[in-house]
Each structure stands twice: as C-alpha cells, then as structure tokens.
Ligand binder design. Structure first.
Ligand SMILES: Nc1ncnc2c1ncn2[C@@H]1O[C@H](COP(=O)(O)OP(=O)(O)O)[C@@H](O)[C@H]1O
Ligand SMILES: Nc1ccn([C@@H]2O[C@H](COP(=O)(O)OP(=O)(O)O)[C@@H](O)[C@H]2O)c(=O)n1
Ligand SMILES: [Mg+2]
Length: 199
C-alpha cells in the first residue's frame, strides 16, 4: 500500500487552446458526448463566479471586459473545485492556461502535466466574424474588447502553445473549417490508436 499521497491516480487533463472564437467550447461539447470527458471552461467558471456574487466578482468582471487574464490563483481555485465536484478523472480544460503564469502555477499547485494540448488554429478575421455573431450576451464580445483579446492571445497565450509544442505535446487542428469537419479531425485525435485500424 502506498501512502495517501501517491496511491491516488492523477486525473487525465487535456488543455484546449486557441484564439477567442476559434471553436474551443463548440468542439469540447462534441468531445464530451463521444469520449466521456468533463468539460471545464475557465471563462465559463469565471463568469459563473461573477454571477454568484463572490467577493472577486467585480475584479473578474473588470478584467474580462478589458480582455485581461485573471490572476492564476483565482482561476486555478475554480478549476480545482470543479474537478473535485465532477467525480470524473478525465478533463478538457478549455481556455487555460492562457499565459505563462497560468501554466506554471497550475503545474506547481496540481502537479498535473497535460496528456496533450489540443490547439485550434484559426485566422483572426474568421474568429472575429464568429465572435460578432455568437450572441451569448457576453460583455467582452464587442469589437473593442475583441481587439484586446486578440492582442493578449498573440502576446501571452501563443507562447504557452509554443512551450508545449517544444515538448511535442501539441495536436494542432485547422479550425477554420465547418464544425463537423473540425470534429472529424478532433475525433481521430481522441480515438485510441488500436481502434483506428480500418477493417
Ligand atoms: N468551425 C466553425 N465554423 C463556424 N462557426 C463556428 C465553428 N466553431 C464554432 N463556431 C461558432 O463560433 C462561435 C464561437 O465558438 P466557441 O465554441 O464559443 O469558440 P471559443 O470557445 O473558442 O471562443 C460560436 O457562435 C460557434 O457556434
Ligand atoms: N485562463 C483564463 C481564461 C479566461 N479568462 C478571462 O475570461 C475571458 C473569456 O475567456 P473565454 O475562454 O470564455 O473566451 P473564448 O476564448 O471562449 O472566447 C478572457 O478574455 C479572460 O478575460 C482568464 O482571465 N483566464
Ligand atoms: Mg469559449
């Protein structure tokens, strides 16, 4: 018997990254249906925290409106709680880590390394079109905030993708295609290799 610490198996985590509007949430919903993962969107958790009237709510709301990245401590707490509450051991963590601070803090706090990183690659003009017709009533889906979010994505989030790419952990998907075509590619990535053999 191991000690309490090492006898518990670490959960499987896949980070789902990509620019704003690249289709992360949409594809995660598809993956959940087919592969039994629990989908945790960092943005959704932060928006729920605002709605709950938490003491951090105003700070989070202001940062989201400016397209800025909320301090890791806040987001990681929400992710950890959601992981515990889920009862599952397989997670799609969508929209996190979004900067080097997010990445290093998650690793330090949870000791979890992602199994791989699913990266949705999409041209900015297409992402902009999608966000402007998303109609979810989000306070950050306006052209002024969108521009700020694109800048943060290029400056802070892409380096995280590059970091994982240098470790051979990135599965890059062309996300500019229609939803079902993107999912065909995603599905192949999640399907265990021994089930991929044609019969
Ligand atoms: N491949 C796609 N082609 C066209 N529209 C898409 C595609 N994927 C997602 N969308 C739409 O674009 C918007 C943004 O998608 P979403 O999944 O919310 O992206 P993200 O979570 O990366 O911001 C949504 O309205 C969604 O329905
Ligand atoms: N790890 C994260 C994820 C989101 N956020 C905030 O939440 C906003 C919306 O994130 P999101 O993932 O829901 O946005 P989309 O990429 O889905 O459009 C971001 O622009 C950030 O302000 C954050 O601060 N830290
Ligand atoms: Mg999203």
């Amino acid at each position: 018997m191991g000690t309490a610490g090492d006898s518990e198996k670490k959960p499987t985590v896949v980070f789902v990254l990509g620019g704003p509007g690249s289709g992360k949430g949409t594809q995660c919903a598809n993956i959940v249906e087919h592969f039994g993962y629990t989908h945790l969107s960092a943005g959704d958790l932060l928006r729920a925290e605002i709605k709950s009237g938490s003491e951090n709510g105003t700070m989070i709301q202001n940062m989201i409106k400016e397209g800025k990245i909320v301090p890791s401590e806040v987001t990681i707490n929400l992710l950890q709680k959601a992981m515990q509450d889920s009862g599952n051991d397989k997670f799609l963590i969508d929209g996190f880590p979004r900067n080097e601070e997010n990445r290093a803090a998650f690793e330090a706090v949870t000791k979890i390394e992602p199994a791989f990183v699913l990266f949705f690659d999409c041209p900015e003009e297409e992402m902009e079109r999608r966000i402007l017709s998303r109609n979810q009533g989000r306070e950050d889906d306006n052209i002024e905030t969108i521009r700020k979010r694109f800048k943060v994505f290029l400056e802070s989030s892409l380096p995280v993708v590059e970091y994982y790419d240098s470790k051979g952990k990135v599965q890059k998907v062309d996300a500019a295609k229609p939803i079902d075509e993107v999912f065909e590619v995603v599905k192949a990535i999640f399907t265990p290799k021994d089930e991929k053999v044609a019969v």
